[in-house]
Design a protein around this ligand. Sequence first.
Ligand code: ADP
Length: 272
Amino acid sequence: AREQRWEMHVRAAADGQRIVHLIDRTGSYATDRIRVDFVANASHELRTPLASILGFVETLRDEAGDEPAIRDRFLKVMFDEASRMRRLVDDLMSLSRIEAEKYRAPDRSVDLEALVEEVRSEIVSTHNGRASDLIVEIGELPPVTGDRAQLSQLLHNVVGNAMKYGRPGTPVTLAVRYEAGPMVRITVSDEGEGIAPEHLPRLTERFYRVDSGRSRAMGGTGLGLAIVKHIVERHRGRFDIASTPGVGSTVTILLPREALSSKRNVLATQAA
Ligand code: ADP
């Protein structure tokens, strides 16, 4: 339930009566609230690894620095914490860049088939060893009008989540299909622990996590799906996540195919 905010203006009418105007400010209040919370959360998320790095530097300087085994262990923790800060800053920058471009629709023709193949090989090489198998099913596809770098990030985030939260040894399936109509359908399914229904509507909120310990242990920033949501919105697409606890989750993304008659798109294809 969101808090109601009313603004009241009172003025005197000619006959001495008072006229009261009530203006509903609930919407803008909520937007302010989200912004304030976001800055507070981002600062907290950055401060935690920073505090840990400073703590380890202090300890190394004081005593533990003389003992090579301890020093190496501390350096490893510091490296991991600094890497986590860098991932956070990268994601924060991505979010603000995507938001800044919100009103400028992407206008390039993107070959999804080539993009999916590129993302597949990048994911397979980074998740090397510890990951589930990634199965890619791809049909005959029309080009979509999009921002290639952002669509790559979208695929990385969604497939990355399926690999992170899927049960080890179970497959992750990335399917891209076009049947008819204006939209190309991307689905990513995993056989992980799933997500309880009460969490589903909130997953695209910044820093919302079902299990923060788990997310952190997996190297998550809590911003992945917020970024996905913004990319989908900028592409005038649709995003949905369905899940059955104990069985797995399926993320569905619809992206508009390139309009056949659009002259601008033809030019973009030639330029690309
Ligand atoms: P994170 O960096 O924590 O993974 P995301 O924004 O990508 O952040 O996802 C938000 C939360 O949604 C995750 O912390 C996790 O709890 C949940 N989640 C996302 N994808 C899945 C999935 N495929 N299976 C189970 N839980 C998921």
